[in-house]
Write a protein that binds this ligand. Structure first.
Ligand SMILES: *[C@@H]1O[C@H](CO)[C@@H](O)[C@H](O)[C@H]1NC(C)=O
Length: 283
């Protein structure tokens, strides 16, 4: 059990006297359905949620609260069959103000037998266009895998099953905006066939609908925060802000390099047609 969860557990004990079974987390405690209500279903007493999409609608959910910094974790099992054009997401987004911050996991479905692409992106101060894409080293439709975003004052790290696949550093020093606004956690299953697969040439095959994505792991390790800035959330009392989370260690660096070498098939940093001069955070 992580220290903060343990502290929360003790606190809960002392306030309510109730005992929470560790390792369980119920959707309705921390999340609510945001859209496509009749396309979302709870299983296992709400410890698992299924979003489905057919020609009439997809579905999405959101955290009830917003957070400044944390270590955000979701287990996802992607739609199985012939999911070209189907986009499954898990992301954080700031909803206050117009120049928003965002960090995304977006799974781009594919035709049967072809690999699913995982796209990540980071928006800061309203500016995105920072896509990276990797192919996964396992079949993400066969079982649940964990997808995580670490976000603190120093870095944003995207993880797949504890393997870092992307780092976005705090480069405000050299003029690159860094996400700092409180964010909500969101997830969705939606129709992305105008962009997601083969540059939109492959459309959704509705004969395979409904498409279904499953989510579980609804605990949230984050600093609750509202409004335009995450004041107080940089406190070293939160474990995700501690120095060991300021940068990857050597072993993690090596794993990240391996992923980039073996599985990355698009990096905005290397796209000279979009960025004739590489953005400063890429250098
Ligand atoms: C980023 O780093 C700078 C120092 O380089 C620091 O002042 C700032 O608080 C950090 N966090 C954000 C969200 O910009």
């Amino acid at each position: 059990m992580a220290p903060s969860k343990f502290a929360g557990f003790l606190l809960l004990l002392s306030i309510s006297g109730a005992v929470r079974v560790s390792g369980t987390s119920f959707f309705d405690q921390n999340y609510r359905i945001k859209w496509g209500y009749d396309h979302a279903a709870r299983f296992d007493n709400g410890q698992e949620v299924q979003l489905s999409m057919d020609a009439s609608s997809g579905s999405g959910f959101e955290s009830k609260k917003s957070y400044g910094f944390g270590f955000f974790d979701m287990e996802i099992k992607l739609p199985g069959t012939n999911s070209a054009g189907v986009v499954t997401t898990f992301y954080l987004i700031s909803l206050e103000g117009d120049r928003h911050d965002e960090m995304d996991f977006e799974f781009l479905g594919n035709r049967e037998g072809k690999p699913i692409t995982l796209q990540t992106n980071v928006y800061a101060d309203g500016v995105g266009d920072r896509e990276q894409r990797i192919l996964l080293w396992f079949d993400p439709t066969a079982d649940f895998h964990s997808y995580k975003i670490l976000w603190n004052d120093h870095q944003i790290v995207f993880y797949v099953d504890d393997i870092p696949i992307r780092v976005f550093k705090n480069n405000t020093r050299i003029g690159v905006p860094y996400p700092a606004r409180p964010m909500q956690i969101e997830a969705s299953l939606w129709n992305g066939d105008d962009w997601a697969t083969d540059g939109s040439r492959t459309k959704i095959d509705w004969r395979y609908a409904p498409f279904r994505a499953r989510y579980r792991g609804f605990d949230i390790s984050g600093c609750e925060s509202w409004g335009h800035d995450a004041r107080g959330c940089d406190s070293p009392a939160y474990w995700w802000n501690s120095p060991e989370h300021w940068a990857l260690d050597e072993a993690q660096e090596r794993r990240l390099e391996d992923v980039r070498k073996s599985y990355m098939n698009y990096d905005y940093c290397a796209d000279r047609s979009r960025h004739p001069v590489p953005p400063p955070e890429c250098l």
